[in-house]
Design a binder for this molecule. Structure first.
Ligand code: AAT
Length: 285
């Protein structure tokens, strides 16, 4: 923070930095895993940054949380058991809990302090469902946690930070192999998939790791002002062959649809239509 403005650290996006005007710093410190910063911004509400990288702002978080959650949840015909990897702010959990058919949710977030801070400062936005009785909350490296799991989950949502830092383990073929083992037949996973404007090469690599492990793979994206370059993607994988991830298996129940601000069935299908420069890379994998 300099002269009243927060600028994002640019390790993974050299030469550019998103800046937000700061009204008040609310919390600043270091956990066992990362630097944590919470501040009130002038025009984007409360903001959470980890290691200098924006994880959420109250103004636009739903564009990410809804899409990373509802694309896999609606690509699956009847998800009952869900694993959330990362997601310590609780936003993905909030969206998963909106599905009445879900019976069991396991969330594996490496850093307990992120969950504590979310419940303290984001209890009106993302951290609304930590008391849901369906939730089991664990604090571990998800790459370790999934190693001995078999056929447990219908949907896995990997809401992880970028591969520089504690999330490095979550972008490897080993992790995807363990995940596949932890998933039921016909299960779907959705992974934070970085930005096609910045990381197309990384996306191609990670997609090919996924292809080694999963028979059906595709890539979608959402728009979001406060993530680098205003856009972030998702890697979608199914444990079954020939699953068309871009066609939703279900439409949102009316009660859910009324709460959604970004996701719809039309947006689901459209999110997989990529600009030609990205389509070429994804189609080649
Ligand atoms: N919904 C907010 C967006 C995130 S959160 C990423 C979370 O993943 C963080 O809370 C972090 O502590 C957790 N995490 C990182 N590594 C691991 C791991 N190995 N196991 C379990 N949890 C982990 C992502 C924002 C994307 C930013 C785009 N630039």
């Amino acid at each position: 923070i300099r002269d009243g403005w927060f600028s994002e650290s640019e390790v993974m996006w050299p030469g550019q930095a998103m800046s937000l005007k700061v009204d008040e710093v609310i919390w600043e410190g270091r956990s066992d895993f990362q630097d944590i910063l919470v501040f009130k911004s002038a025009t984007y509400g409360m903001v959470l940054a980890l290691d200098g990288v924006i994880q959420l702002t109250e103004r636009d978080e739903y564009a990410y949380q809804e899409m990373i959650t509802h694309i896999p949840m609606h690509a699956h015909p009847d998800p009952q058991s869900v694993l959330i990897v990362g997601g310590g702010d609780g936003g993905v959990l909030r969206e998963v809990c909106r599905h009445a058919g879900v019976q069991k949710i396991v969330m594996c977030e490496i850093d307990p302090q992120v969950c504590e801070i979310a419940q303290k400062f984001f209890s009106n936005s993302t951290a609304t469902a930590f008391n849901d009785p369906r939730l089991t909350l664990l604090h571990a490296d998800a790459a370790e946690f999934v190693k001995d799991k078999a056929q447990e989950f219908d949907v896995v949502i990997v809401d992880s930070s970028d591969p520089v830092g504690p999330a490095e383990t979550l972008f490897t073929a080993d992790f995807y192999r363990s995940l596949r083992h932890a998933m039921k037949p016909n299960a779907i996973m959705c992974n934070q998939g970085e930005c096609m404007w910045l990381h197309l090469e990384l996306i191609g690599e990670v997609l090919s790791h996924c292809k080694e492990v999963f028979p059906s793979v595709d890539y979608a994206f959402t728009t979001i002002p406060t993530y680098p370059s205003g856009q972030i993607g998702f890697l979608l994988c199914s444990t079954a062959p020939n699953v068309v991830l871009r066609s939703p298996a279900r439409t949102p129940e009316p009660e859910l649809a009324a709460q959604l601000k970004y996701y719809s069935s039309a947006v689901h299908a459209a999110a997989f239509v990529l600009p030609e420069f990205a389509e070429r890379v994804v189609a080649k994998v």
